[in-house]
Ligand binder design. Sequence first.
Ligand SMILES: *Cc1c(COP(=O)(O)O)cnc(C)c1O
Length: 520
Amino acid sequence: MNEINPSGWRPAMRESGVPASAIETFTGNRALQLEEALIFEIGNLEHCGVDFDEDDFDETLLGGLPSRRSAPVDLPGLTEPEAVRHYTRLSRQNYAIDLGLFPLGSCTMKHNPRLDEKVARMPGFADVHPLQPQSTVQGALKVMNELAQWLITLTGMHGVAMTPKAGAHGELCGLLCIRAALEARGDAREVILVPESAHGTNPATAAFAGYRVENIPATADGRVDVAALTARLGPDVAGVMITNPNTCGLFERDLKTISDAVHAAGGFVYCDGANFNAIVGRVRPGDLGVDAMHINLHKTFSTPHGGGGPGSGPVVLSEALAPYGPLPFTARQADGTVHLVEEETAAEEGHGQAFGRMCAFHGQMGMYTRALAYILSHGADGLRQVSGDAVLNANYVLRSLDDVLDAPFGAAGPCMHEALFSDDGFAEGFSTLDLAKGLIDEGFHPMTVYFPLVVHGAMLVEPTETESKRSLDQFIGAMRSLAERARAGDEALKSAPHLAPRRRLDETLAARKPKLVWKT
Ligand SMILES: *Cc1c(COP(=O)(O)O)cnc(C)c1O
């Protein structure tokens, strides 16, 4: 596929199963959809984007070490226009939230307001260095401190650890706080209870933190089985990790009952707060007895986070856990200045029990500025409307599709911010994957598939509050059409996508055995 023919043109892409209507072209391009070779195939060392000075390198500088390469460096050389075109062509093959609705469940892919981007790029925030004297970065420290206060207020908690760099990192921070609190009272407990529907990071984090993970079953209505959970509590259980709203898109109504039972048994309650977008401004996790909860700033409070980054996962903490939270953190002083509580002064400032630190410096400044800009531009009432609209949009999707797609918990009432469907009712041999791939031909990114695991062939759709009725209707129309094709057994759906630059790839092989060098 990557062979270049003698004329330098790449051969037209010919793959079996392409519908007759897809005209093949000499170049392999299809109008604005441009075939692009690997950078190593189009570049060579004869080309360069800059003029270098004559080589007058002083050979003695390296103290006799070999200073000249014996072989070419083997990097692809490109002129500036070649480099610009290469990356621009590749970027056009990406789906993006700026192109259309991004239905990934559990990810909160919402529009990122441009105001937040502008604020994050202000030189006073973007160009500060973590080792600058604190007196020279008061503005940045005040942003961190004010954001921390907002997160504490919105969640009804006692303190917050700002430094974790993603949701999963926050989970680890929360569990380390729990372990420190247990150790402080000489109580070695080794089990963390996790519901079956949990995001994969929950059991992974608990195992990484050295705990044994035990699953708690779900009830028929998609919620934690409270009876099973309370029956398992005992002196070996350090805590539970519960997502609320859960990954079936349902509110865990019994969380307060669960928290009371866990506390009575001497354990702690970790809440996975990745779905905070559904409840912000309406529910305070602190009121539900939560001891630690991460907030994915990049999800709920806007930061473009496709492609695995960047992220920020502050962890709000209860009064019982706050003393063990990591260093450093910001503290406002009587004269109005903000300073960082670090190891040197932690003990005398009453924070001698901190379990350690989560990262080298102070966390993700760019996400702090975006999140605070987002919060201040919405205000408390605007944040409340965010969760209301997010839930309304998800219910609109759920009810617009539940006659053509099975909604496993649809009969139980409204959902929260995510609509969950299963593959029940598809024709023999048709799967969730077929529908998801068909969505690519319709111009959408696929939804989250096969998660949560408690539903067969799960499809999890989170439209978020930033979609208009018009864009929701377009998505619903595409989903209805695909659902009907999957039910009717339309064979063409099995080889979708037909209109994308690539067809079905072996995603498992790509993930398990990625080819990271182009030549061996
Ligand atoms: C996204 C998510 C996480 C992990 O957050 P990261 O920032 O990706 O590490 C954990 N739990 C749930 C439910 C999530 O949706």
